[in-house]
Design a protein around this ligand. Structure first.
Ligand code: HEC
Ligand code: HEC
Ligand code: HEC
Ligand code: HEC
Length: 433
């Protein structure tokens, strides 16, 4: 996470709140892995006359050195190679798999693992998370997308994925950074040594080495989305996707224990002499579902004075109540809460937030953090990243650096997280505003 923090403070903000367009796509686009179009492989994008130039091409609207950036500095290009490491082989052995790089459950997130019939001539599984794993199978648009007169809308109509749209981007990233009905990092995989998956859309967008620029010509072709909107889109979609996953076999399948990765990891994984129970939570000795993104979203709505805040809070409460009863009660509550979240996701991601709103949001989250509202590590992590994003957007991250740094120390390591310390440090940041 230290790495996240450095990347964030090192960034400068371009075009905040400029040209915010409403989502053009009201129907969710099929994820690249489920789309009907053939995936032609990274080699099809990477030639020196296409996206494989050595440096940025000034004469073109796009950089044309995207392949080099991806290959040299984007972790997605090493996702397959990661499966060949000793760490992955050890995970595979513990799971009884012959190899990690040959296992579908690993390849589904660490590569563009589309079915054989959807693989073009130059497709290679060893490319890892390649261009088409995000931009969609290029079978229908590979030829046409570089021709003069082709619009972005033409490309989308031919199956290019709308990565520029905040809700769609969130759904795409979270398909691997959280999971879908088809792929999921179970507690068994974690128990074998896989890292816990943590995600915040704006932070991860910034941390993925940029292979594009949101400049004047970009704005002519596509909407430029402000950081705040990206953050809120990620929060809402992460909440939605969690609720959707709770309705899938990952959670509903019978077994003595439910799937543990739906719960707060640190509810179980913390020392016994460190008593953390609070009256606001579920009863003592019960395990709490991981509600981090839903909880933070509810607090955001509350700060914004939205009428949806109370409904979302009580919906979350009911979800926890249901989790003390039965799996079918959880499924029913997850379903009804997910439906409520739909309009909320569209609203918060398309909202227009001025400096006053952002200051209010930041102070509101800090006040709630200082009051001990975010006791679980996963929620604390989300709140820290949110405040960080807001400070960068507001342009005072440098002034607050030492306070944010001290606060960061309290969420840097999930294994030594102390909720009270997180609250005290939040209060100090609040005092420095
Ligand atoms: C097909 C699955 C997949 C999709 C889609 C995907 N990722 Fe990833 N991402 C991965 C995997 C796997 C890794 C780990 C790669 C490794 O280190 O071997 C990763 C790593 C990352 C990292 C580096 C994490 C770190 O610890 O520093 C960032 C940042 C990131 N992804 C951002 C994004 C963003 C933003 C999106 C959406 C635009 C996205 N990812 C979409 C699978 C995916
Ligand atoms: C639901 C998607 C998903 C599945 C399934 C999955 N992974 Fe991952 N894996 C990721 C993402 C995303 C990351 C990057 C996490 C981050 O840094 O935020 C990652 C990170 C890793 C890392 C750490 C890489 C590093 O250098 O930090 C290893 C090792 C790994 N995965 C191996 C495996 C193996 C082996 C399997 C199969 C048993 C597997 N993964 C299944 C999504 C997945
Ligand atoms: C992890 C997801 C991911 C991967 C992998 C990825 N991209 Fe992107 N790409 C994005 C996102 C997000 C954007 C920014 C939003 C947008 O403009 O659509 C983007 C933007 C672009 C743009 C648009 C620039 C513009 O001005 O319109 C090009 C061109 C591009 N990517 C090419 C590539 C190529 C070529 C590869 C493979 C070498 C690749 N991308 C791999 C996510 C990804
Ligand atoms: C309901 C309690 C519970 C929850 C919630 C839970 N775990 Fe576990 N976890 C366990 C138990 C029990 C074991 C097995 C411990 C052992 O073998 O000694 C375990 C084992 C592990 C291990 C392997 C440790 C070892 O020494 O072998 C890892 C890593 C792990 N869990 C990570 C996680 C992550 C990440 C989450 C959240 C996504 C999580 N756990 C949620 C109870 C839980």
């Amino acid at each position: 996470m230290r790495q996240l923090f450095n990347a964030l403070t090192g960034r400068h903000l371009a075009g905040l709140l400029a040209g915010l367009w409403l989502s053009a796509a009201s129907q969710a686009a099929p994820l690249p892995e489920t789309g009907a179009n053939p995936h032609e492989g990274v080699a099809s994008c990477a030639t020196s006359v296409c996206h494989g130039k050595v440096s940025e091409d000034e004469s073109s609207t796009v950089w044309l050195n995207e392949y080099r950036i991806w290959l040299r500095s984007d972790y997605h290009s090493r996702a397959y190679r990661t499966l060949q490491t000793e760490q992955s082989e050890a995970i595979a052995r513990k799971l009884g798999l012959p190899s990690a790089a040959g296992a579908k459950i690993c390849l589904d997130c660490h590569a563009d693992n589309v079915p054989t019939e959807a693989r073009g001539r130059r497709f290679q599984i060893s490319d890892g998370v390649g261009c088409e794993a995000c931009h969609g199978g290029s079978g229908q648009w590979l030829e046409s997308h570089a021709e003069a007169g082709t619009s972005h809308a033409d490309n989308l109509a031919k199956g290019m994925y709308p990565t520029e749209q905040p809700l769609e981007r969130a759904r795409l990233c979270l398909s691997c950074h959280l999971g879908t009905k088809d792929k999921f990092a179970t507690h068994q995989i974690m128990g074998a040594g896989h890292p816990r998956l943590a995600f915040e859309l704006e932070t991860f967008t910034v941390n993925q080495p940029a292979h594009y620029d949101v400049d004047a010509d970009y704005r002519e072709r596509k909407p430029a989305i402000a950081s705040v909107n990206m953050w809120l889109a990620g929060l809402a979609v992460s909440g939605q996707q969690t609720l959707e996953l709770l309705q899938e076999d990952w959670f509903t399948q019978q077994g003595l224990m439910p799937e543990l990765s739906f719960y707060q990891c640190h509810a179980c994984h913390h020392p016994m002499n460190d008593l953390r129970w609070s009256p606001e939570g579920t009863p003592p000795g019960t395990v709490r579902l991981n509600d981090a993104s839903l909880l933070v979203l509810a607090e955001v709505l509350d700060v914004l004075g939205s009428a949806d805040a109370a409904a979302l809070r009580s919906g979350i409460q009911q979800l926890h109540q249901a989790s003390l009863g039965s799996r079918s009660a959880v499924v029913a509550q997850a379903k009804s809460l997910a439906a409520r979240l739909d309009p909320i996701a569209r609203q918060v991601s398309a909202g227009s937030y001025g400096a006053e709103d952002m200051r209010r949001l930041r102070a509101g989250l800090l006040q709630r953090a200082a009051a001990g509202r975010f006791r679980h590590f996963t929620a604390a992590e989300q709140v820290f990243l949110a405040v960080e994003t807001l400070a960068i957007s507001l342009g005072d991250a440098d002034q607050l650096e030492s306070l944010l740094d001290a606060w960061f120390k309290s969420v840097e390591d999930e294994n030594t997280f102390v909720p009270q310390q997180f609250a005290v440090r939040a209060n100090q940041v609040l005092g420095g505003l």
